[in-house]
Design a protein around this ligand. Structure first.
Ligand SMILES: [Zn+2]
Ligand SMILES: [Zn+2]
Length: 193
């Protein structure tokens, strides 16, 4: 088994982490199991950009990847309610590290923000919100499993507006799914040799 840690940042709700733990396995190959971190990690103010009033997603991601480097987790998916950005974009729903090569054994990290996922919703805990969160989580994990963006009817479609998120499915297209199946089988051999 390959373990993915679901890590809350700041005041992220444990209830949502538990919900993701139950929901993600329907979309990710079965060799992967999800574990919820028992403690939330604080978000360092050093990644807060006081001009943009947003957190720097790269900064958060690189500090997490240093922190989780040799912890035995296959991947870490961090979740925050804060607004995050990368240079050149107004905001991002998430960000992820990609393996450098098919044999890269580093524990890679992904980050998803709920901040923009409540756009247009009266009920902030609605099914629509949760579906958006699930799609962004599967998408960023897809990047950590070697996938690039995809133009098919696929969760790996790029989205930078909430409409684009709502339009794409939560599942991988068959080509992307096949790629991650092959990748995960290779990783199983490397991690369990
Ligand atoms: Zn992407
Ligand atoms: Zn695809």
């Amino acid at each position: 088994m390959l373990k993915i840690l679901l890590q809350g940042l700041g005041g992220f709700e444990t209830e949502l982490l538990n919900w993701l733990q139950q929901s993600l396995p329907s979309y990710i190959p079965p060799q992967i199991i999800f574990e919820v971190s028992e403690v939330n990690l604080p978000l360092s103010s050093s990644y807060y950009n006081t001009k943009r009033l947003q957190f720097n997603a790269y900064g958060i991601l690189s500090s997490l990847s240093t922190m989780f480097k040799n912890t035995g987790f296959f991947r870490v998916l961090a979740l925050t309610n804060e607004d995050i950005y990368v240079e050149g974009l107004n905001f991002v729903f998430g960000l992820a590290q990609k393996p450098l090569n098919p044999f890269d054994e580093t524990s890679l990290t992904a980050l998803v923000s709920t901040n923009r996922l409540t756009t247009g919703l009266a009920d902030l805990k609605s099914r629509v919100f949760k579906t958006r969160l699930l799609k962004e989580a599967v998408h960023e994990l897809g990047h950590t499993l070697t996938l690039d963006h995809c133009v098919k009817k696929c969760v790996m479609r790029f989205s930078n507006t909430i409409i684009e998120t709502d339009l794409k499915p939560a599942s991988f297209c068959i080509e992307c799914l096949n790629k991650i199946r092959v990748y995960i089988e290779n990783m199983m051999k490397i991690f369990h040799r």
